[in-house]
Design a protein around this ligand. Sequence first.
Ligand code: HEC
Length: 120
Amino acid sequence: MFCSKLPSKSLWNICIAIFILALISSFTWAETENGKAVEIAKRGACLGCHAIDKKIVGPSFQSVAEKYKGNPKAAVFLASKVRNGGAGSWGVVPMPANSGMSDSDLVLIISWVLRGAPTP
Ligand code: HEC
């Protein structure tokens, strides 16, 4: 690790402390993002048709994550699908358009769904 190249023990300690803080803050960042995503899902009425781990009218968010795992085009495809609505991926029942959602909310919620919709 890069800390081991430092000349003194105290610098080394500081380096380790910064490393640990960065690690913790990246966890809290994810927690905050997950919390925001759940809020958006509630506000956007997504949870009326989707649950995290079971099918309602639409597929569970976990099965969406599973289906698109490793697909680099998924985020763009799903963002436009959620905005414009449509059918065909999971069956013949269409999802209605969600045109009122802001771009930033859309990006956040799609990245959350693709991470398997973890709750904070
Ligand atoms: C009225 C019910 C309904 C609402 C509200 C709804 N969905 Fe859907 N959703 C569906 C259905 C039905 C499908 C399956 C469409 C298909 O088979 O292509 C779906 C599919 C999806 C998919 C997967 C699309 C694909 O092509 O694989 C995602 C992601 C998704 N919805 C996210 C959302 C989000 C985010 C919201 C809230 C902004 C939302 N949905 C609101 C019914 C709904």
